[in-house]
Write a protein that binds this ligand. Structure first.
Ligand SMILES: [Zn+2]
Length: 158
């Protein structure tokens, strides 16, 4: 399942990527451009724009109007609609969406702050943009947001 998100949903795209989903987003695109890209790349369009949503449906595109204000609510809305599994996979780069590759600790020496290098054992490098990831204190918050989305999702299934 592949997604294309409109420019207002960049944050949601990052959360979907953290859960392992292929989620592209385009910042400043006209509606027609978004619809064309979604069709060409066989992606489901996610949007908070009612007019764009209706237009996409009229053109036969699989689209979802994302409900909710918080990241967790929006993630739950998409999970509910497409029966997604919400797990903090950490297998895709939140920034560019390409797969992460786990690397030996020595490979990131000099690429991360020394304190980080000394404190953590597992590191990942993005195969696209080259960013380095580790599961620091922020990872706990990421997990908490996804767990909250999971609870909201179960509530929706109710
Ligand atoms: Zn990347």
């Amino acid at each position: 399942m592949r997604f294309l998100l409109d420019g207002m949903l960049g944050s949601l795209a990052r959360w979907l990527r953290i859960c392992g989903y292929d989620a592209e987003y385009i910042r400043d695109a006209e509606d027609d451009e978004l619809i064309r890209r979604a069709m060409e790349e066989n992606r489901i369009l996610l949007t908070r724009d009612k007019a764009l949503y209706r237009k996409a449906l009229r053109m036969g595109l699989n689209a979802h109007f994302v409900e909710g204000e918080s990241d967790a609510e929006r993630l739950a809305s998409v999970a509910h609609r497409f029966t997604l599994t919400l797990k903090p996979e950490g297998s895709r780069c939140p920034m560019c969406g390409l797969p992460l590759r786990e690397v030996k600790r020595e490979e990131v020496r000099g690429l991360v702050p020394e304190g980080t290098y000394n404190r953590y054992n597992r590191f990942w490098i993005c195969t696209g943009c080259g960013r380095v990831y580790w599961r620091g204190s922020h990872w706990r918050r990421i997990v908490e947001t996804i767990e909250e989305a999971e609870r909201l999702y179960k509530g929706l299934k109710g």
